[in-house]
Design a protein around this ligand. Sequence first.
Ligand SMILES: Nc1ncnc2c1ncn2[C@@H]1O[C@H](COP(=O)(O)OP(=O)(O)OP(=O)(O)O)[C@@H](O)[C@H]1O
Length: 259
Amino acid sequence: MIDVDIQLSVADGRRRFDLAVRFASDVPFAALYGPSGAGKTLSLQAIAGLLRPTRGHIRIDGRTLFDSAAGIDVPTPQRRVGYLPQNYALFPHLSVRQNIGFGLTSWRKRRLSPDEQAQVQSLLDSFGLNAMADSRPSSLSGGQQQRVALARALACAPQVLLLDEPFAALHPSLRLSLREELAQARRQWGIPALMITHDVEDVLALADVAFVFDQGQVVQQIGLMDASCRSLARQDLGGTGPAEPTALQHKVRSLLLNK
Ligand SMILES: Nc1ncnc2c1ncn2[C@@H]1O[C@H](COP(=O)(O)OP(=O)(O)OP(=O)(O)O)[C@@H](O)[C@H]1O
C-alpha cells in the first residue's frame, strides 16, 4: 500500500512551482500520467527522499517514510525505495557490476561483503548482463542500460520501485519487449511499482491504476483492473497482432488523451 499526501514548493528565483498531491494505491502497478511539468518527477523524488515536503505524509506498506506532523523524515538510504531516474543516470566511469552494486556501498563502506557480491552476481544473471559485467555503460545498448538501471534499483531489496519514464530513452521498436521485461521483473521481485509515463500505451499495457497529474495536483484516478482491458494488453505484448481495442480501452485512452 502506497499512501502519499504531500505539499511542497520549489523555486529558483524567477520560477516557483507548488505541488499538492494526494494518492493511494494498493495495486501492483500504478502509473503517474500527465503533461510535462505537472509535478510527477517531483512527487517521485519526494517519495525517494530526495526532496523534503513542507507538509503531509508518505507511507509504504504501513511504514512511515515522512510525516511532517510527527517529525518523521527517514533518510534516503533507509527508505528501501528503488529509484530508476529519467535517462537512468548510470555512472559512466563505473562498470556494469559496480553500477549495480553502488547502492550497497557508502562513503564509509566501499567494499561489498561476500553476500552483497553474490547478490550483485545474481542480478547480473537474472537480467542477462553477465557478458557485459565489466563494460562501461556507454558501450551498452539502450535496452541493456535500462536493465542495468533496473538491476541497480533492485539491489537494495526495495519495498517499492519508482520508475521515471523508463521507456523514454528507447527506440519505439524496443518498447514493447521491454514493457514485458519490466512487468516480468516486477512480478518476479513481488514489489509494487509507481511509473511515470507520457505514453498511453504504457499505461494500458502495464498499469492497474493511473493517477492523472495536472499543474501540481492529481486531478483524476482511472482504474484499469478490468479483465478484458488487461488481456488485450497482454495479447499486444505477446505479439499476436494488433487487437481491436475494447470499449474500456477506448474510454481510458480518450480520458487520458483529453488531459
Ligand atoms: N528547483 C526548481 N525550481 C523551480 N522550478 C522547478 C524546480 N524543479 C522543478 N521545477 C518545475 O516544477 C515543475 C514540475 O516539474 P516535474 O519535473 O515534477 O514535472 P514532470 O511532470 O515530471 O514533467 P516531465 O513529464 O516533463 O518530466 C516544472 O515546471 C519544473 O520546471
